[in-house]
Design a protein around this ligand. Sequence first.
Ligand code: NAG
Ligand code: NAG
Ligand code: NAG
Ligand code: NAG
Ligand code: NAG
Ligand code: NAG
Length: 538
Amino acid sequence: MKGGGGYFYEWRMKQLSLLFFFVVSTTFVVWSWGKNPLFNTIFPSHGQVLQLFPGGEVKVKEVAQSKDDLREAQRFVNVSPPEISINTPSLNTQEDEGAVNLASPLVSINTPSLKTRGDEEVVNIASPLNSITAPSLDIQGDNKDSSTAREKHHGNTTEVVEKSVSSEGSETYIDSKPPKQQLVEPTSPKKQDSDVEEKACNFGKGKWVRDADRPLYSGFGCKQWLSPMWACRLTQRTDFAYEKLRWQPKECQMDNFSGPEFLKRMQDKTLALIGDSLGRQQFQSLMCMITGGEDRQDVEDVGREYGLVKARGSVRPDGWAYRFPITNTTILYYWSASLCKLEPIDPGNKTTYFAMHLDRPPAFLQRFISRFDVVVLNTGHHWNRGKLNANRWIMYVGGKPNTDRKIADIANAKNLTIHSIVKWLSDEIPKYPGLKGFYRSISPRHFFNGDWNSGGTCDSTTPGALEVFKNESSDSMASGAVKGTNVKLLDITALSEVREEGHISRYSIRGTPGMQDCLHWCLPGIPDTWNELLFAQI
Ligand SMILES: *[C@@H]1O[C@H](CO)[C@@H](O)[C@H](O)[C@H]1NC(C)=O
Ligand SMILES: *[C@@H]1O[C@H](CO)[C@@H](O)[C@H](O)[C@H]1NC(C)=O
Ligand SMILES: *[C@@H]1O[C@H](CO)[C@@H](O)[C@H](O)[C@H]1NC(C)=O
Ligand SMILES: *[C@@H]1O[C@H](CO)[C@@H](O)[C@H](O)[C@H]1NC(C)=O
Ligand SMILES: *[C@@H]1O[C@H](CO)[C@@H](O)[C@H](O)[C@H]1NC(C)=O
Ligand SMILES: *[C@@H]1O[C@H](CO)[C@@H](O)[C@H](O)[C@H]1NC(C)=O
């Protein structure tokens, strides 16, 4: 996309793609009108929002937001591992991860009071039922539905577009004819080249190359957003070759990431990352990449606008939102490990079970989708029996407790959720022209010779390989879900899979002997590349 054309050319491109997106969306709306009444009954309109309870508090709770968190917290206090089963799934998402550790009984967390440091406050995990209450929602004033802001993009032109489905299942729409080109100046041959390039481009295939200009920010810096627990430069680690590799797609030119350029593309826009702790890593990485790791006093914390405030007694808010006033760009992360709607079955009961609506979007996403311009979703590492039990999540389908034995299988439940959320997002996209939706494929874990709690390690200081040859995604569940939808696959699995040396490993500010983190990544590091791929596609 980059090239000789310069700024004017880019501007034209932007205009073209906007027009183009508009046409595609309109076509989709017209086409889908009335086709999916059934889906509408399953998913109420997005105006219908979070289940509010007296006092405006959302009573969605999770027992210890994640095992990762427990593990993170643990690292600081050096206590014996909580007996929670963290069978984070293996790379092969088809497998029933639940089977791995089904033996482990209901979780009992006998972690004493934990004192964490850095950005986390004092955690008090006194009992297994310790729950973290979602923050109170501030739903007045500027939190009103801003869909009107988007209405201006609405239109009803229809033009013939042609769909082409790539081998990965992500879909691109290409004009069969260039009618729009009559509206703008004649395009250069370069423009056509990049069109073709975009169509054929598979960002997931390519190789890692050494680049003296990496990393994009210093692991000693970015204190404003980077959690110390993920900043491997602050640990005992001495090998940092992993910071120096840049991903080079084979079939496509990928723009060099540039913070100012990112902000320019996201002028007056909001990017939302929603998912588990790996999504949070991607969020922190993105903040550091945009700022180059430098302190930015101008950036505003706008969490309140989205109800992202720390509730009393909770470890942290359910997410963060920051705005760059210079371009009016908002970057947001929301914690949703299951990526589906959680609802207390008995709201008045402190120890209530939760309906885990496999086929419904997280309430937060449903509420705020009209305010987002780019949405990046992920889930994966929380789909195991121990986690569901610990959180008191009961699978619901169609608003009722699940009775289908096939769906009761964790892998199938996860598959259903991923398909449902992608379908839901795909159906939202035509309603908000300009909205782009991504599903990020699973981030691979690399526990060798054991699992996270049985001495599994990832000690390598060199990548397993530097090149990815295959055309298909390594995450077939994700690629299957996006196939034929408006949602694009942010396919990072295979390229991350060869980077086993990039995890936190045994390095941590205060390590727990015998336990390694082969799930999360050092930052700067591999998640930076996920954001480069994202940057190339927005
Ligand atoms: C677009 O829709 C509006 C009302 O829905 C109608 O008045 C107008 O004629 C339509 N324009 C085109 C080009 O179809
Ligand atoms: C990206 O940056 C590298 C230096 O890191 C430079 O060699 C290359 O030409 C740049 N690519 C583009 C497309 O600007
Ligand atoms: C910032 O962008 C939002 C849309 O995302 C818009 O509604 C708002 O008016 C913009 N604010 C300013 C100060 O331009
Ligand atoms: C609250 O829910 C638990 C199950 O989660 C149940 O055992 C208990 O009896 C309930 N308490 C009340 C007061 O309903
Ligand atoms: C996931 O669900 C989809 C749609 O229900 C189905 O077509 C697909 O075969 C399932 N995949 C797996 C791995 O179960
Ligand atoms: C990948 O696809 C290309 C065509 O796009 C084909 O030439 C190549 O053989 C395929 N590679 C593999 C490993 O399947």
